[in-house]
Design a protein around this ligand. Structure first.
Ligand code: SF4
Ligand code: SF4
Length: 182
């Protein structure tokens, strides 16, 4: 079994009821990621977007998540307080079906990086600029398996092959995989 190591899990909690749609988070994020840093701000470059539905009286901050190579085969529809929201409204993915979470000039996908920087920020910038506390930041420590790198695995296998011979190793792995299937 691999060794355990500590991992910091970063979470931004979103309290939709406290969001007033001011968009300070979008401005702060785009300024932080401008090159050079803070040289401009353009919410279209932000990794958080506030889905605004003033007539339905709702503002939902949504963070940019993973890039999706293709559109979903199925879509989600949300009904909140009896009001229906369009498909894809709260999705975090950057995908080909809409313009959100794409760098406006290049079209490259955007993803929230929790404001990783050196020196690190005390809290992500969008959280710092959210004056209503709709966004709050939490860190917790978890123990996870220490993953073995491909190089370490290769070195270990090579030394076993040298010691026992390739046939013996293949035979043992085959026996182990058979016993796991039973
Ligand atoms: S955590 Fe940082 S990168 Fe992510 S949306 Fe907030 S400001 Fe942008
Ligand atoms: S800064 Fe806070 S209140 Fe303003 S839009 Fe963003 S999440 Fe909502």
């Amino acid at each position: 079994m691999g060794q355990k190591k500590k991992k910091i899990i970063k979470t931004i909690k979103v309290d939709v009821d406290k969001c007033n749609g001011c968009r300070a988070c979008e401005v702060a994020c785009s300024a932080f990621h401008a090159a050079p840093k803070y040289s401009s701000n353009n919410p279209a470059r932000s990794r958080i977007r506030v889905i605004r539905e003033p007539l339905k009286d709702i503002y939902v901050p949504v963070y940019a998540g993973e890039y999706a190579k293709s559109e979903c085969m199925g879509r989600d529809k949300y009904t909140i307080d009896g009001k229906e929201y369009e498909e894809c409204a709260f999705c975090r993915a950057s995908c080909s079906s809409r313009d959100i979470f794409k760098e406006p000039d290049s079209g490259l996908p955007l993803k929230c990086d929790m404001c990783e920087s050196d020196p690190p920020l005390s809290e992500p910038l969008c959280v710092q600029w959210c004056l209503t506390d709709a966004l709050t930041y939490e860190e917790r420590e978890e123990e996870v398996e220490d993953e073995v790198s491909e190089e370490e695995l290769k070195t270990g296998l090579e030394s076993m092959v040298n010691k026992y011979g390739l046939d013996k190793i293949v035979e043992t792995v085959a026996r182990m995989s058979m016993s796991k299937k039973v």
